[in-house]
Design a protein around this ligand. Sequence first.
Ligand code: SF4
Length: 214
Amino acid sequence: MNAEKRRQIFERLKDTNPEPTTELVYHSPFELLIAVILSAQATDKSVNKATAGLFAAAGTPEAMLALGEEGLKAHIRTIGLFNSKAKNIIKTCATLASHHGGEVPRDRKALEALPGVGRKTANVILNTAFGEPTIAVDTHIFRVANRTRIASGPTPLAVEQRLLRHVPKEFRKDAHHWLILHGRYVCTARKPRCGSCRISDLCEYPGKRLEGAA
Ligand code: SF4
């Protein structure tokens, strides 16, 4: 895909949603971190439902440690993999309290050293909590980037690196949310809604169906 097409795609995505953000509900970098850890293989909606009560009971690492693993599990039981997520969250809270003064560090290496936090989660925190132009490649972004040819690659890391190289600078901070939302609601996995897609004329997916038979 050429640079001009890429620019037009992001101009249109911006036009549709000038200030995109996450659908996870949070009030601090700490709450966002916990919500993102919980969201692995779970919907944002199911996470929000659980965290409404959880964050009212424990909105800091110290409060989460006081709640304890069993107390935490009582709030997140409806979320997949809740046992291992609870373990990781308690360990993460202990590290935040002992090494970072109870704050979420604005540093990739420190974030990736936290239990349950990988590159993707670190990218989300750096981007959404701290405003850095990182791009977390999840399943939606991986699919949309490859389909459209905005950034093709065999792995999430390869796609992330291509996106960082090729997305025009002024769109880089919000690219992650635009592409996620586009993948979640328009360029869906099984039946992309090409007929109502705002970038269909620019998309290079050979399988796109412009007649709109979604
Ligand atoms: S035209 Fe179809 S395949 Fe291309 S981005 Fe839009 S929905 Fe996805």
